[in-house]
Structures are given as structure tokens and as C-alpha cells.
Design a protein around this ligand. Structure first.
Ligand SMILES: [Mg+2]
Ligand SMILES: [Zn+2]
Length: 189
């Protein structure tokens, strides 16, 4: 059996998919999770382009004891369900629950979450084509992590809302550029 080879778009979560809380505050339950404008359409576009859509997120609030991993998983289950209800699909979610001081290999800017995804999908017979894949994030650590993993990177405006800050770049613009510019490697803003 030949493995299927697919490009992926890796997405940061907070500030890209949902509204990021103020520094030091975290989304600890579903009621605190607010999708940013354009996200459903963005993910639909990526789904339609046959790309895998994989979330890679640092959640040190778990390591800090502010929220349990079970609560994070509950939020992600509801996030996936809401996306599905809006015709959009997430193919995988990878979480680093560690603190900076844990020195783990998965907290971005380390590339461990990407490596986990490649391994998991590989076991299921799906080869992620990293050379044709992208990382979309709103922070330096997202971009660094993406570069370490050999991905083209795309930086978006954190919490982009065209009604509040026209002229920025959100996930929808990123999705349009990525799905419309297959061959273009560097798209950092
Ligand atoms: Mg972020
Ligand atoms: Zn970690």
C-alpha cells in the first residue's frame, strides 16, 4: 500500500483561531473560547485544498496548575464540534502542557509538536509533506518553531478583527495566500 502524501497547514491556537486572553490569562473553559472572525471560512479553504489542518498549541496553564489537561481536551472537543457544524475540519491537535522551566522538546519554539504529528500521521499511512507545508502563528515562537521544522511560515496579526483593526492580516488572508500560492516559500509579513 502506498502512503498518501499530503501537505499540511499547522496552526497556532490562541490569537489565531480564538481570541487570546491578556498576558497571564488563559482560556480555561469553553465559555472563554471565542472564535475570531473569518476562521471557519479560512479552515474550509484549507480543507478544500486537500491540506491537513493541524493545531499546535503551547498551554503552559496546564503546567502551572491553572487548568487540567482534561479541561483543555474538553475545550478542543467543543472547538472541533463547532468547526464541524460550520463545515470546517481540524485533522489533529497537539498540545504542549509544559512550563518553560521543564525544558521539554515540544514547547514552541522547539519543533517537537510537529515531529509528533509527523509520527502519528505516518503510523496511519499519511506522509505529511513538510516541504509543501506551512505554519501560521501570531508570535515569534510560532515562526521560529515553523522554521526549525522546515516549514514556510506565515505571521498573522494577533486577535485579528477587521472591524477593529483594518489593514492587519488574519487567518482568512493567510489561508487565501497559502492555498493560492502553492509554490511560494516565504510569506512572513
Ligand atoms: Mg498565539
Ligand atoms: Zn512540552
Amino acid at each position: 500500500m502506498t502512503d498518501s502524501v499530503r501537505p499540511a497547514v499547522f496552526l497556532d491556537r490562541d490569537g489565531v483561531i480564538n481570541r487570546k486572553m491578556a498576558e497571564g490569562h488563559y482560556v480555561t473553559q469553553w465559555s472563554g473560547f471565542e472564535f475570531l472572525p473569518g476562521v471557519f471560512e479560512a479552515i474550509r479553504l484549507m480543507n478544500d485544498s486537500e491540506r491537513l489542518v493541524i493545531v499546535v498549541t503551547n498551554q503552559q496553564c496546564v503546567g502551572k496548575g491553572i487548568v487540567t489537561m482534561e479541561a483543555i481536551e474538553d475545550i478542543h472537543l467543543r472547538m472541533a464540534r463547532s468547526l464541524e457544524e460550520n463545515g470546517a475540519r481540524i485533522d489533529g491537535i497537539y498540545v504542549c502542557p509544559h512550563l518553560v522551566s521543564d525544558g521539554c522538546s515540544c514547547r514552541k519554539p522547539a519543533p517537537g509538536l510537529f515531529e509528533m504529528a509527523v509520527r502519528d500521521f505516518g503510523r496511519r499511512g499519511i506522509c505529511i509533506d513538510m516541504a509543501r507545508s506551512h505554519m501560521v502563528g501570531d508570535s515569534d515562537s510560532d515562526i521560529l518553531a515553523g522554521e526549525k521544522a522546515g516549514l514556510a511560515t506565515f505571521r498573522v496579526t494577533s486577535n485579528y478583527d477587521p472591524r477593529r483593526c483594518p489593514g492587519g492580516t488574519g487567518l482568512l488572508e493567510a489561508a487565501r495566500r497559502i492555498t493560492g500560492n502553492e509554490g511560494k516559500r516565504r510569506m512572513a509579513m
